[in-house]
Each structure stands twice: as structure tokens, then as C-alpha cells.
Design a protein around this ligand. Structure first.
Ligand code: NZQ
Ligand code: ZN
Length: 383
């Protein structure tokens, strides 16, 4: 096992009616800016719950943040933070709202061009404190220090992270997720699934606890996913999906083990260039990454085939290939398409994405063997 430091300071308030506890977790006397998206919180009653909980507080609002939050929109909120001397940010929505809020928190106190935090890894030395009311289980952003921002002007999608970006608290009320549509639910399940895979499906690392923690999340997802379709108003199912998503990317299962993340980085380029949802982009790319690195990942793929899918027959290679096929089938059963052509994207995308990986000088994967040529080959398999 590799050495690691694990410190996660996020206070989780999980369960029904927890939004009412907001006044107990936001520092008294704060000037709060509530940040939200394009209106879902007005339709599902979450906005009103927050307003009721914070009645009497100094509370300003910034609505309109997009899915895949735009850099340009976030900068407008930064201006408000300066003008109104905001001291606390409250994100209310999905991962995009939370990521946008993290960026606003950092950019408000950043001296210099804020894009450099995303493009040049300029260190984030401080940020406004923030908290979150999460309404969409997917990203794990509610319990991590990462954020992904999209810049419209040059179609770039970039991530950054800092210990200063952990929310002080995250309120996870599964009943806020009843209003999600099938596509958003399926995207969230795929995103959670692939967060786990980026930290699990690499090379054997003699870390059986982390393996089993990852497998626990995957097996729970496989059990709960079909239920959310047939009994969409079941609170327990929503609660399990929400907790799986948080556990998938709060750093725990990644302690001391190799990590991949190539599916995410390639997927972000597909979203930036062609507008695929985050979950959709991942479902397209993952089988390609696994096929490209079949030899490297064969032992872990076979282990995954046995542990998750109960497969026992055949060679290591046969098991590995069967696991890749079964995984893609799982995405399709959720209703998420897995081929570029199914999203109307043609062969030109292969070189366009590979060129971007080349321009950024990226070498991806747990062993750094996925450069631009590799990206072109694996995307060709996904046309
Ligand atoms: O904008 P509103 O009106 O709120 O609508 C949103 C949006 O249209 C809607 N929605 C959210 N909660 C809802 C709801 N609709 C009905 N009922 C509810 N309860 O859902 C749509 C999608 O929301 P979004 O926040 O974009 O989805 P998600 O949570 O999947 O976030 C995706 C973003 O997170 C980034 C992605 O790249 C993408 O930009 N990621 C962030 C990560 C992190 N910070 O650690 C890791 C992830 O891998 C990912 O990259
Ligand atoms: Zn993701």
C-alpha cells in the first residue's frame, strides 16, 4: 500500500428535514450568498425550505448557474461577493452549483487572473467558507475539495482542487432527489460507478480493505439502480444512492492505491466540445480505456468480474473481456448510451479530442501510458 494522508473535514447532515438545521451550521452573523442553478429548487420546494430555515439572516441570492458551470457566470457572482462583502457561500443544487460555488469562493479571494487556478494550477491559498444543500447524488463534490468549471469563450473544461474548498458542511436530504428525471438519476449512477472504478480498476495493490470498500459501493449501486426506476418514490433507495455517491469520491476508497482518472479527463473534453452530459461522456469512454489497457488491467478486471458479476468460467482474459461487456450493458440498462455515434458525434471527434490531450501535454492512466495517440485509438473503438 502506498503512503497516504487522509483528512476529511466535511460535516455531513444526512436525512429528511435536515435543511431546517441550516442555522446550526452556518456561522452566526454571516453575510450569506445563496448560489443556485436554473430553477429546479424553485420547482421542488428546496428554495422555500432554505428561505424558511434562514429567515431573519442576512441572505442574498445568485441564481442561474448552468449545468457544467460557466466560468463567465461564476465571475458575476464574484463581483457580488466583493460588492456585498459576503462572508459565507451556500450552494443549493447539484454538483455544478456546488463546483461553481467552490470556484466563486476561491476567486473572490484570489489575487491575479482566476483562470490560472484552472489552467496553470495556480495554488489556492484561501477561499470564502462554504456549505451545501445537495439535490443530486453524483459527483461527490459535497465531501471533497475539487471543482470542475467550463469556460464558454474557449470551450475548455478544467478541474482544480484545494483543501480550502472542502464544504464546511453538506446537507444531504434524499427526499430532495425525488424530483430528478430519469436521465439525471442515470447520469448520477454512472458518475458514482465510474468514480469508484477510477480508484479501483487499476492494478492489484494489495489493499483488500479498499477493494472491498469500493466493491461495497458498486454492489449497492447494482442493487438499488433497478429499484429507482420501478419504485421512484422509495426514500430508502434514494438515501442509498445518495450515500453511495458521497462515498464514491470523498477520498476514502482511494487511500493508498493507484488511481486512473483517464476516463474523466477524456470525458471532460467530450463535454467541452460536444455538450455531452458528464455521465454520458464517461459511459462512452470507460470501455475504451479498459480495452486499450486490457493487458495492464487484466488481473483487476478479472478480479472485478469474479467479485461483482459472479463470473468464474474461463481464462483471466476471458473474464476481463466479459466484465467490460457486462459493464457497458449495465450503463445501457440504465438508459445511458455508450457510443459516440448514438449522440450524433462522428469520427472527427477522435482527432479533435486527441489534439486537445496533446496540446495540454497530458499522459493519463495509472501508469501514464495514455497520450494523444492512445486517446485516438480508444475513442475510435467508441464510435
Ligand atoms: O440548474 P438546475 O435547475 O438546478 O437543474 C439541474 C441541472 O439541470 C438539475 N437538478 C439538480 N438537482 C435537481 C435537478 N432537477 C430536479 N430535481 C433536483 N433535485 O439537474 C441538472 C444537472 O445538474 P448538475 O449539477 O449539472 O449535475 P451533476 O451533479 O451531475 O454535476 C455535474 C458537474 O459536476 C462535475 C461535472 O464535470 C459537471 O460539471 N464533477 C465534479 C466533481 C467534483 N467536484 O468532485 C467530480 C465529477 O467527476 C464531475 O467531474
Ligand atoms: Zn465524475
Amino acid at each position: 500500500m502506498q503512503n497516504f494522508v487522509y483528512h476529511n473535514p466535511v460535516r455531513i447532515l444526512f436525512g429528511e428535514h435536515t435543511i431546517a438545521q441550516l442555522p446550526t451550521v452556518i456561522p452566526q452573523g454571516s453575510r450569506v450568498l445563496m448560489v443556485y442553478g436554473q430553477g429546479s429548487i424553485h420547482r421542488n420546494g428546496v428554495y422555500q425550505q432554505v428561505k424558511t430555515a434562514l429567515n431573519g439572516w442576512s441572505l442574498l441570492e445568485f441564481g442561474g448557474l448552468e449545468a457544467n458551470p460557466h466560468y463567465e457566470t461564476c465571475l458575476k457572482a464574484v463581483e457580488i461577493c466583493h460588492q456585498e462583502t459576503i462572508t459565507f457561500l451556500l450552494a443549493v443544487g447539484g454538483g455544478s452549483v456546488l463546483d461553481g460555488t467552490k470556484f466563486i469562493a476561491a476567486a473572490t479571494l484570489f489575487a491575479g487572473d482566476p483562470w490560472s487556478m484552472l489552467a496553470d494550477n495556480a495554488p489556492v491559498e484561501r477561499a470564502l467558507p462554504l456549505g451545501c444543500v445537495l439535490t443530486l447524488p453524483a459527483t461527490g463534490s459535497e465531501m471533497n475539495g475539487f471543482s470542475v468549471i467550463s469556460r464558454e469563450s474557449n470551450q475548455e473544461k478544467r478541474g482544480f482542487g484545494s483543501p480550502h474548498l472542502y464544504p464546511q458542511f453538506s446537507i444531504l436530504d434524499p427526499s430532495t432527489t425525488f424530483s430528478l428525471n430519469d436521465r439525471q438519476v442515470a447520469n448520477g449512477i454512472v458518475d458514482t460507478f465510474i468514480h469508484v472504478m477510477e480508484q479501483y480498476l487499476t492494478t492489484p495493490a494489495q489493499a483488500p480493505l479498499q477493494d472491498r470498500q469500493a466493491e461495497a459501493i458498486i454492489l449497492t449501486l447494482l442493487e438499488e439502480a433497478p429499484k429507482v426506476r420501478t419504485i421512484p418514490n422509495d426514500y430508502a433507495v434514494r438515501a442509498n444512492l445518495m450515500w453511495c455517491a458521497t462515498q464514491g469520491l470523498n477520498g476514502l476508497i482511494g487511500c493508498g492505491v493507484p488511481q486512473d482518472w483517464s476516463t474523466h479527463l477524456i470525458g471532460h473534453e467530450l463535454t467541452a466540445l460536444y455538450g455531452l452530459d458528464h455521465g454520458q461522456s464517461l459511459a462512452v469512454v470507460l470501455p475504451g480505456v479498459w480495452m486499450f489497457n486490457l493487458k495492464l488491467k487484466q488481473a483487476k478486471l478479472a478480479h472485478y468480474a469474479r467479485r461483482i458479476w459472479g463470473m468464474t468460467e474461463g481464462s483471466e482474459e476471458t473474464l476481463a473481456l466479459a466484465a467490460i461487456e457486462r459493464t457497458e450493458q449495465f450503463f445501457r440498462e440504465l438508459g445511458v448510451k455508450t457510443r459516440l455515434s448514438e449522440y450524433g458525434i462522428g469520427p472527427e471527434a477522435v482527432q479533435a479530442v486527441a489534439d486537445r490531450i496533446k496540446a495540454r501535454g497530458l499522459t493519463l492512466g495509472e501508469q501514464g501510458n495514455i497520450g494523444s495517440d492512445a486517446v485516438a485509438s480508444l475513442l475510435t473503438m467508441r464510435l
